[in-house]
Design a protein around this ligand. Sequence first.
Ligand SMILES: [Zn+2]
Length: 311
Amino acid sequence: MSTALTPDPPIAFAEASELARSQAGFHRVKVGGINITALSDGTVRVYQRDQLRNTTPEEVDQILAKSYEKSPNRASMNSFLIELGDRLLMVDVGAGEVLGPKLNKLSGSLSAIGLGPGDVTDILLTHIHPDHSGGLMVGGRKVFPNAKLHVNKTELDYWASKENAARATGHTLDWFNLFEETVRPYLADGSVQTYDVDVELFPGLRTAAAYGHTPGQVSYILEDRGEKIVFWGDLIHVPEVQFEVPTVTITFDVDQKQAAAQRLKSLADAAEHGYLVAMPHAHFPGIGHVRRDGTGYRWIPIPYVNDAEGS
Ligand SMILES: [Zn+2]
């Protein structure tokens, strides 16, 4: 890793790990006839009380306390594997080495289900931020040598722009540098495939704009046999806080207003239609339902299922 991240984002790098050994990092669900596996890239504690906007640190502390959580709060880094016909799709690839030594567990989570990064045929990025695309490169090498990298053209154009990079400061400048280190190599060898938003990328799997957090963030919508799951991307960063008060944004939202509006729209749609939602930063496995609750919403994590016959 050659890009040193500034103290912003303030991840609790110095805090001792809670666990001395890795946790199980995969969780299987079935949507229609399609196997989906949540894969953990690890968890970190983050001082998100200081990153959230349209609120105060004191209010964040109070809401976190209702969930027996406190600052620096725990955040999961989740990716999702989709077995679609003869293809193996992965939604986001975690942070790799760029956010400290507690992450970069994705390859281990994958090997626990008997697969390796070389088996992944397609990577679907929700957006280009280091905690979603950092895992493309580890130790200066491509982690996914056989995968096509699918990115919304609007998102790629934003991060690949030298003009945008020249104007960037602070953490945004770091992220442009990390784009060069982690995404550019895939672009250089022809592995990137861009698409225009609102297209069907694969049978039963389409994209929808979820702009605001980044200029070209998308959600991926998968439907099979009347069942549906939506891979949201970063619409929620702190579930304890932003379901209850959905107008709360985060400093990394490139367009704060648009990000808040998109969150409200996606929450209302998920609550109304009752489909499954998969989130990168909800506590692992990050899959569940949304329901209305007072002036906000509530996150209902999926029940644990382990009923395969035999071992
Ligand atoms: Zn993220």
